[in-house]
Design a protein around this ligand. Structure first.
Ligand code: SF4
Length: 387
């Protein structure tokens, strides 16, 4: 049976408060029966509180409504995020006086509060789940949707995958992209070619490996797989291969599986707010122009169905190319808009596929619009001349 994904479009028919996104979020919380499910529970609201001067993360108006619903249901809410984002969160509006509950670092101020979970995956042996996440009874995963330089996009899955793991694991997940070999020095015996290969990349994604001089290192985040470097590198010496990029997404799926395994069945809900979607993650410390039209708010018990539905809705729109940073380029019009932005190997659906394979949720969903758009009928008028 398909999972239900509740959806409130950002578009309004009338200019009335009940048709705006906070009101539609309320309708989604009702559909998810959040109030009925949190009595006496310590509820962690995992969100990205941003960094530095970010202003595109979830507006406190939305957070306050979730906090209030949890309190109405007899739960004890607390907002959590990684330590370097909760530090200074009040400067971005996430103060208890505003949102109605405290904001804590999920793994403690020094990221020393975590639980190890053994699960070998490529270069990762064990995964450190943040203590406050694992020790709580109920999870509200409240994600802001945006682009992401490692995997194309970030929403509910990524909010848990990176945001609920302590620092060492987050680094290990990024490092795992280098597990599969992509530089084959024996195929490039002429080291004088290295500066030319490096210079071929307009995004500084290829550099000399600082730890192994005479070799190349790829910054996957900056690479949009344009292939320029491959035209300079001797054949077979450098690979821009999907496996390296997909590894990050598979690691994210494993992380989410482990995080959700610490909650009893039915003790987690997931929300996506797809507004002011920027090219890169909220941890960059700034907000750039929105690159896609606002889509709306989504909620489900099934995190896989939720991210899939969110991507599908966004995929029906087009990049607002005039809003892109001038340093970025679109070299392919194939695939999802996030993929067009970050390159073909950063297919945002990959994490969903990996997650579904692990049994986290279902790719099959039913999209339930909580307040379908009305198209008010206009009375027919006789022709009126302008002058
Ligand atoms: S494929 Fe393009 S973006 Fe990636 S490293 Fe090569 S030149 Fe740079």
């Amino acid at each position: 049976m398909p999972s239900q994904v509740f959806f409130g479009t950002a578009r309004q028919a009338r200019l009335e408060a009940k048709e705006t996104l906070p009101a539609k979020l309320d309708l989604i919380l009702e559909q998810l029966h959040l109030r009925d499910r949190v009595d006496k529970e310590t509820v962690v609201i995992k969100m990205h509180t941003g960094n530095n001067m970010v202003y595109s993360t979830i507006h406190p108006v939305f957070v306050r409504r979730v906090v209030q619903a949890i309190k109405d249901g007899g739960g004890k809410p607390v907002v959590v995020d990684v330590n370097w984002d909760t530090e200074g969160a009040e400067k971005r509006g996430y103060a208890s006086e505003v949102i109605g509950c405290p904001v804590y670092p999920a793994a403690g101020p020094d990221e020393k509060y975590f639980y190890e979970h053994e699960r070998p995956y490529k270069s990762i042996q064990s995964w450190r789940v943040s203590g406050l996440i694992q020790d709580s009874g109920f999870l509200v995963n409240f994600a802001h949707v945006k682009g992401h330089p490692s995997c194309g996009f970030g929403a509910a899955l990524k909010n848990l995958a990176l945001g609920c793991l302590a620092g060492k694991t987050r680094s290990a997940m990024h490092d795992a992209m280098h597990y599969d070999q992509y530089w084959f020095p024996e195929k490039c015996p002429d080291k004088s070619l290295l500066p030319q290969i490096i210079a071929a990349c307009p995004f500084d994604a290829v550099v000399e490996d600082k730890e192994h001089l005479g070799n190349l290192h790829l910054h996957m985040e900056q690479c949009n797989q344009c292939g320029r470097c491959l035209k300079v590198a001797p054949e077979g010496s450098l690979k821009i291969a999907a496996v390296n990029f997909h590894t990050f997404q598979e690691a994210c799926a494993h992380a989410v599986d482990i995080v959700l395994s610490t909650f009893a069945p039915g003790k987690a809900v997931h929300l996506n707010l797809a507004t002011h979607m920027t090219p890169v993650c909220d941890c960059f410390g700034f907000t750039s122009m929105p690159i896609l039209p606002d889509a709306g708010v989504f909620g489900s018990d099934d995190i896989i169905a939720l991210d899939k539905a969110t991507l599908d809705v966004i995929g029906k729109t087009r990049l607002i190319e005039e809003n892109l940073p001038t340093s970025m380029e679109i070299h392919t019009r194939e695939g999802h808009p996030f993929q067009q932005l970050h390159g073909p190997h950063k297919d945002p659906y990959k994490v969903i596929e990996y997650g579904a394979k692990l049994g986290i949720g279902s790719c099959e969903y039913e999209l339930v619009d909580v307040l379908p758009l009305e198209y008010p009928e206009r009375t027919s008028m006789p022709y009126i001349a302008a002058h």
